[in-house]
Design a protein around this ligand. Structure first.
Ligand SMILES: *Cc1c(COP(=O)(O)O)cnc(C)c1O
Length: 457
């Protein structure tokens, strides 16, 4: 069952519109009252003809048509503003040469700064100096973990969720090995119960209580990339810290997708990329959070010239005069190309507001859930939604596991203009992004997938 309150909300709209929930008219009516509807036009939707897929099969041949894009969990769509901001930066380089570092619409040396207040808001930082924009995600994860992971004889383990993103597991195993330890002993991966897909908070808390004294650091993803489960970040952070563990979060799938309150939750550190829900482009500038209580005295960490305070950086002194907070983890001069793409997207988030994004997400993902349940709970092919049905334990994404191999069906979905993620042999992840996806997108997806699955059983 879709969560009770969402089901009720959808049913009350159904009554208002006097058209059944599963009709196209219902979806279109929902789009008409969507307070975020104007934001769709701020993004570039790939056209069928430009995707690397053959579209001549079965009916759909209109190459000019826009695809139905449900892959914002993997790579968000390009904001149209990105061209203008990027062109400005390139022009600034052309016009100024070396002077571009400090002059022009956004001096390259400060290009990461304008994005900080909005980023701080998105992660629930209380101070701008709790966040920094720098590097890529895995680099930031390494820099922060390396600083915080101080194994001792008795406390040497790192706890991570099972089936974590490979980069995070590789980062942890290699960090553990670099300390002369063995990941077999020092990396704990907590698994769901037999027959279950997601972790129960009570099981995570119990493991921390039982084994916390041997755990140096807990680093989970805030929102699990495969199952779409959002973890109880506040409770896990507290449970870990009560046992003396450092607690950090990888927010790759969480930022721009769920509410975050890193400062209030007392999180030690966090990091994220910006190309998923934050629509900042592949390989975009990533972020880091360092709690304010470390602002003046962070753990010993690697330094570069950009770790130095802005005001004294160019004195080129022998010793680093360290910047306050997360910025002390910066090593290099920041990339204006990446920072301006991130800024183009952050402005959209600022205008839309996370509250409105989350309100729409509940309904949009709830609507998708409702239609899946309606059409795929019985029949030759059924679907299990492994993402939690409680909207407080998920974001936009639903992970669907089909009762059959859906490789051929996924290929046909692509031919019909649906872009979504497929994990062999039977899982499809669908992430309707509240900023640019519509109820009509969801309705079209269900109509098409029903036809395609029907034909491919
Ligand atoms: C997307 C993602 C990554 C990707 O790492 P990059 O350094 O940006 O290439 C890493 N970890 C998690 C949990 C992710 O979701």
């Amino acid at each position: 069952m879709a969560s009770f309150s969402i089901a009720q909300e959808l049913a009350s709209h159904e009554k208002d519109f006097q058209t059944p929930l599963d009709s196209l008219e219902f979806a279109q009516a929902m789009d008409r009252i969507d307070p975020l509807k104007k934001f769709r036009s701020k993004f570039c939707f790939p056209k069928l003809k430009s995707l690397p897929v053959k579209h001549q099969s079965r009916g759909v041949v209109d190459g000019e048509a826009e695809c139905i894009y449900f892959c914002g969990n993997s790579l968000g769509l390009k904001p149209k503003m990105a061209d203008q901001l990027m062109a400005e930066q390139l022009q600034n380089w052309a016009d100024m040469g070396v002077f571009m570092h400090f002059e022009g619409p956004l001096g390259a040396a400060f290009c990461d700064q304008p994005g900080k207040p909005m980023t701080a808001q998105l992660v629930g930082a209380k101070f701008d100096h709790e966040v920094a924009l720098m590097n890529g995600l895995t680099v930031n994860l390494h820099l922060l973990m390396m600083a915080f992971f101080q194994p001792t004889e008795t406390r040497h383990r790192i706890l991570i969720e099972d089936h974590a993103f490979p980069s995070d597991r590789y980062a942890m195993s290699s960090l553990i090995r670099s300390k002369g330890l063995d990941p077999q002993d020092s990396l704990i991966q907590i698994r769901p119960r037999e027959g279950e897909h997601t972790l129960r908070t009570e099981d995570i808390l119990q493991l921390i209580e039982e084994q916390g004294q041997s755990i140096a650091m807990i680093v989970f993803s805030g929102l699990q990339y495969y199952t779409g489960q959002k973890f109880a970040m506040k409770a896990i952070t507290k449970a870990g810290q009560d046992q003396g563990c450092v607690v950090g979060w990888d927010l790759a799938h969480a930022i721009g997708n769920v509410e975050l309150k890193l400062h209030d939750w007392n999180v030690d550190f966090a990091c994220w990329c910006t190309y998923k829900y934050l629509n900042s482009g592949a390989g975009g500038i990533a972020g880091a959070f360092l709690h304010n209580r470390y602002a003046q005295s962070p753990p010993e960490h690697l330094l570069g010239w950009w770790s130095n305070k802005q005001e004294t950086r160019f004195q080129m002194a022998a010793e680093c005069d360290m910047a306050m907070g997360a910025d002390s983890f910066r090593l290099c001069n920041p990339p204006p190309w990446l920072a301006c793409l991130n800024y183009a997207s952050l402005q959209i988030f600022e205008e839309a507001g996370m509250d409105r994004i989350l309100a729409k997400q509940r309904l949009l993902t709830g609507y998708l859930e409702h239609l899946i349940q309606q059409h795929f709970s019985q029949g030759p092919v059924t679907v299990t939604i492994i993402t939690p049905s409680n909207p407080d334990q998920r974001g936009s994404q639903l992970s669907l596991v089909f009762s059959t191999d859906v490789k051929a069906a996924h290929e046909e979905l692509e031919q019909r203009g649906i872009v979504c993620d497929f994990r062999s042999p039977s899982a499809i992840r669908i992430a309707p992004a509240p900023l640019y996806n519509s109820f009509e997108d969801v309705h079209k997806f269900i109509t098409i997938i029903k036809e395609v699955i029907g034909r491919n059983v």
